[in-house]
Design a protein around this ligand. Structure first.
Ligand SMILES: NC(=O)c1ccc[n+]([C@@H]2O[C@H](COP(=O)([O-])OP(=O)(O)OC[C@H]3O[C@@H](n4cnc5c(N)ncnc54)[C@H](OP(=O)(O)O)[C@@H]3O)[C@@H](O)[C@H]2O)c1
Length: 346
């Protein structure tokens, strides 16, 4: 039975315990039960959300570090925060109404009272699975679109390589690249993921980077004439091998470097000199600078979804109590597709 307005109800939460060094562990988080009154305080512009789906994203590791410069850290003893999909239960903000579905920044808990200046988008198209707004139609989708179309400026016929290619971002970059008429190869960490790349997402070729003796040889096999665009998700040894295989005037949109996030000492890259001779443009970006393109992105992607030209694979962990394992699993490649935590079904 649905809880009534003003009622005090149990609120399961995932708390961040303390700052992390090295690989995060499930025990860095605690699942607890508190209570919450289902009411927006009188005169407040806050929004009360019932969380439905939470997004596990690699950047959340940086928020577990003390004094990370690019993001504020999680607060020990408080719930994790991140992207999610929710239903509005009550709202002191006239832009959001009771019953509406939204996606944006929320808490890792069943119910969240969030301030109205949090990043929150109203879901206008609910005829697709709502969980897609944690991935394909949310932050990762926007990241794939911005990094590929805005940063890399692809041209028809170009050769594109994508790392962490079966994940939330990578599977989309590959499909966007195919729609743009490119030749597309991806790398991933298991046979199952490589099969998905070739048989579900339509990549032209793919390889399991964990089984290759020599990454340079693997890339030469897939790209005898070199790579025009490398969509960088992992960094480290793979980036080093890619630099040897880039073509003249190649572009490397640097989206992420997940292989480095849990290392105290980052790995060095030795082939940087190729940037000069091949006049390679390497450009880091964060999705935050591109959210103004969200309506344009939806206009591009929704018709493709409806026509079945873009598909999306999700890996759903059922229940908030399974959230910590799902999040930690990202850094061990456990997720097959976009990792989502199902808090409640709509
Ligand atoms: N710039 C931005 O604004 C922005 C926004 C969103 C995401 N990102 C970045 O985009 C990248 C992909 O994110 P996502 O959400 O799509 O995650 P994801 O690919 O769905 O999940 C992470 C995957 O990374 C791979 N991985 C983990 N450790 C690795 C290692 N040591 N070496 C190589 N691969 C490793 C694993 O796949 P395998 O089994 O294939 O190894 C794992 O499944 C991340 O680097 C993330 O930080 C950036």
């Amino acid at each position: 039975m649905a809880a009534a307005s003003g009622e005090a109800v149990k609120n399961k939460q995932v708390l961040f315990k303390d700052y992390v060094t090295g690989f995060p562990k499930e025990s860095d988080m605690a699942v607890v039960e508190s209570t919450i009154q289902l009411k927006v305080p009188e005169g407040s512009s806050e929004i009360l959300l019932k969380n439905l789906y939470l997004s596990c994203d690699p950047y959340m590791r940086s928020r577990m570090s003390k004094n990370f410069t690019a993001h504020p850290s999680f607060v020990p003893g408080s719930p994790l925060t991140g992207f999610g999909v929710a239903r509005v239960l009550e709202s002191g903000n006239p832009n959001f109404k009771k019953g509406e579905f939204v996606w944006g920044l929320t808490g890792w808990e069943e119910y969240s009272l969030i301030s109205s200046n949090q990043m929150l988008f109203k879901i206008e198209h609910a005829d697709v699975p709502l969980s897609y707004y944690t991935g394909l139609l949310g932050m990762p989708g926007m990241t794939a679109y911005a990094g590929f179309h805005e940063v890399a400026s692809p041209k028809k016929g170009e050769k594109v390589f994508i790392s962490a290619a079966s994940g939330a971002v990578g599977q989309l970059v590959g499909q966007f690249a195919k729609l743009a008429g490119c030749y597309v190869v991806g790398s991933a960490g298991s046979k199952e993921k490589v099969d998905l790349l070739k048989n579900k997402f339509g990549f032209d070729d793919a390889f399991n980077y964990k089984e290759e003796q020599d990454l340079n040889v693997a890339l030469k096999r897939c790209f005898p004439d070199g790579i025009d665009i490398y969509y960088e998700n992992v960094g480290g040894k793979l980036l080093d091998a890619v630099l040897l295989n880039m073509k003249m005037n190649g572009r490397i949109p640097v989206c992420g470097m997940i292989s480095q996030y849990n290392l105290d000492q980052h790995e060095g890259v030795t082939n940087l000199v190729h940037i000069i001779y091949k006049q390679i443009r390497i450009q880091g970006f964060t999705v935050n600078e591109y959210f103004q393109l969200y309506p344009k992105f939806l206009g591009f992607v929704l018709p493709h979804i409806k026509e079945g030209k873009i598909v999306y694979v999700e890996d759903k962990a059922e229940g908030l109590e399974n959230g910590p394992a799902a999040l930690v699993g990202l850094y061990n490649g456990c997720n097959v597709g976009k990792q989502v935590v199902v808090v409640a079904h709509e």
